[in-house]
Design a protein around this ligand. Sequence first.
Ligand code: AMP
Length: 438
Amino acid sequence: MVSGSSGAAVASGVVAQPLFRAPVGTRDLLPPESGRRRRLVSVFADLADRSGFGLLESPIFEELGVFQRLGASNDVVTKELFEFFDKGDPPRHLALRPELTASVCRAFAEHRPTPPWKIWYSGPQFRYERPQAGRYRQFDQVGVETLGTDDPHADVEVIGLGLRFYEALGMKQVRLLVNSLGDSESRPSYVAALAEYLRSRHGELSDQARLTLERNPLRVLDSKREQDQPVIAAAPVMADFLSGASAEHFAAVRAGLDSVGAAYEISPRLVRGLDYYTRTTFEFAADALHTAQNAVGGGGRYDGLVEELGGPPAPGIGFALGVDRILMACDAEGAFAAAPAPVEVFVVDTAGGHSAAVLCDRLRQAGLGVDRAFDGRSMKAQMKRADRSGATVAAIVGPDEQAEGAVTVRDMRPGGGQRRVAEAEVVAVVTELLEGAD
Ligand code: AMP
C-alpha cells in the first residue's frame, strides 16, 4: 500500500525523492494558478470573439520547413527549435512550434479562406532557450492574426485589442511601443545605412552584437547588452528611410490609434526578434517587471509570409502575447488574482454507503459547485475541510440523516444556523441559502 510504504520511509528517516521532475525550462501549473490561466484565456477569447476573430486550432508540430520560412538569421529557427523525425518511411523532419504566426500562414495557404481572415489562438510554444525568470522552454501565448488586408485600420484593430485585453485583466502599467520597419522598397537602404554605421563603431560592440551584425544588422538593435546601448542609441532610425507609401501607412496607423484613445510611444529602434516583419511593428512593455524580460507581447505586419509558404499574396498583421509573463506582471501589479475553484457546497459524509455520492451528484446536476470528503474521516476533520474549501454551505450526511432519508444543511457563514431537510428538498433549500449569499 502506498501509505504503508511512505510510512516506512518516514520511520527510517529516509524522505522519498521523486524519480523525475518536469524537464528543464518547463513547469507544472498547479491549481489555483492553472485556473487563473484558464480564466485569462477566456477573457482573451471573449474579447477576440466579440471583435470578429474566430479560433484556429492548429497542430503543435509542423513540418520543419514551415518554421524555416521565418528567416535564416532567426535564433528561434536556427538554434531554438525542438526538432525530431517521425517514424515514417522516409521519416519526416518535424518541429514543435516556436510561435504560431507561421502555422496560421501555412493554414491560410492550405485552406485559402476568404480574406480578410481574422483568427485568434492560444496554446503552448516551444523554444530551446536558456531558462530564467519569465523565459521558459515551454510557454503559453494567446494571439490574433488578420490576413488578407493591409488596411491600416486592421493594424489599429489588432493593436487596440491587445491594449483592451491588458485593461480587462486590470493591468495599468503596460506601455505600447510602435515603429514602422518599412517595406521591401525602403528597408534595404536603411539596413545598408545601419550596417555601415554599426561597422564604424565595431570596436565598441559586444562580441555577440558583432556576430549578429554579420548575419542581420537589424537584429543588433534588439541587443539588451549594456555595452551595446550607447551604440544603439545613436544608430540611424528607420523613420528617415521610409518610402512614401510606408510613411503614409504608418501615419494612418498612428492616427487610428489616436482616434480610439490608444496611448503609444514611437520607439524608432524597435525591430523585434522575428525578421519577417514589415511596416507596423509593436511591443507591449510591462513596467511592473523590472527585468530585461518585460515584454508581455508584441507583433507586427508581415506582408510576405503567406507567399513564402506557397499561398496567394496576403498581407498580415498580428500579435502574440506571453501568458506566463503577463501573469508575472499581474502579480507585480496586484492585478487579476488567482481564485480558488468555486465550491459552493461541501458534502460531509459520516454515514458511509452511497448517500453522499448520490447527494453530490444531485447538487452538481442542479448546477452547483460541490466538493466532498473521502475516507470516512471524523466529523471534526471533515468540517475543517469544509471550512477550508470556502463553501458557503455544508451538507452533512450522518447515520441519523441516512436513516431518515434527510440531510443536515449548515450555513457556514458567521452566525449561520443549520437544519435537517428531506433529501428531496435539499437542492431547493441550498439554492435559497446561496441566493441569500452575495
Ligand atoms: P515573440 O513570439 O518572440 O514575439 O514573443 C511574444 C511574447 O511571448 C513575448 O513578448 C513574451 O511575452 C512571450 N515569450 C517569448 N518567448 C518566451 C519564453 N521563452 N518564455 C516565456 N514567454 C516568452
